[in-house]
Design a protein. Structure first.
Length: 278
């Protein structure tokens, strides 16, 4: 007797799409990285998404310079550099120059799972960001006026320049923490002799119609990537001493004196004036 046949699909194929990708999910418990769909499905360069995924998978402290990334990827410096700039413009990547106690300048790289996060001013590189903002338990974290402490230490003139940007472009509204973070870079420009109006023009000229990241990220990029003007040249210090006048004999007493031409010494001239007065 023949076995009965069935045309019904198997249970494994029930509900599966008839076209497109079919995911075979595996629950990972180690060695995996969580990436937001906004980043993974970001329109644009696949190199940019690949670089972002790679940086997200690295532990804190790993080198993410262009040279280090080129050693891992087959793409060259141009594509890698372009990918980093796109991530920076979108708010995923931030490279911040910080002054060490020794006076040297170092660059710290911060990578954000979601654009718009802000690391603590003096925190470690790539600090973990909690799901919920931690409550402030120490009264010293804020002063009586409710202003974060770092802002009080910032250059008032630099803070004034940043606060005035919204008058030119209403979108350039900064929080107190963002202003405190950007103020040192503005102070460098002011110390280099760049006026406040010129800094404002540099930060607000040619802004895109739509911001894909927080305004602070765009301003930080412009402050960092725009070269500071060259300092005025220092006049050379001359080692030449003034020429000494030659020795000559006084026409009156034959005493040796320094003079540009033959003449009387000081005493002989005084004697002649006294005789003339008599």
């Amino acid at each position: 007797m023949a076995e009965p046949q069935s045309n019904a699909p198997s249970r494994a194929d029930a509900g599966a799409p008839t076209s497109g990708v079919i995911h075979i999910r595996t629950r990972l418990t180690a060695d995996f990285t969580v990436i937001s769909n906004a980043l993974a499905q970001r329109r644009g360069s696949a190199v940019t998404i690949g670089v972002a995924a790679y940086i997200s998978s690295l532990p804190d402290g790993s080198s993410v310079t262009i040279t280090a990334l080129c050693e891992h990827f087959s793409e060259g410096e141009i594509l890698i550099s372009r990918a980093l700039r796109e991530l920076e413009a979108a708010g995923y990547l931030e490279r911040r120059r910080e002054r060490m106690p020794s006076g040297h300048i170092r660059t710290r790289t911060y990578f954000y799972d979601v654009p718009g996060g802000t690391p603590p001013p003096d925190g470690p590189p790539n600090p973990p960001r909690p799901r919920k903002p931690p409550a402030v338990t120490e009264p010293s974290a804020q002063n009586q006026a409710g202003t974060p402490a770092p802002l009080s230490d910032a250059d008032p003139q630099a803070v004034a320049v940043l606060a005035a940007l919204r008058r030119v472009d209403p979108r350039l509204v900064l929080s107190e923490r963002e202003a405190a973070r950007l103020a040192p870079a503005v102070s460098e420009w002011l110390a280099a002799g760049v006026g406040a109006h010129r800094i404002t023009d540099m930060l607000t000229a040619g802004l895109p119609d739509r911001f894909l990241a927080r305004p602070a990220g765009i301003l930080a990029f412009r402050l960092r990537e725009t070269p500071l003007p060259a300092p005025p040249p220092t006049p050379p210090i001359s080692d030449r001493r003034p020429a000494l006048l030659p020795f000559r004999n006084c026409d009156g007493c034959e005493r040796a004196i320094r003079a540009p031409q033959p003449q009387l010494c000081r005493e002989c001239r005084s004697s002649d004036r006294l005789r003339a007065a008599c």
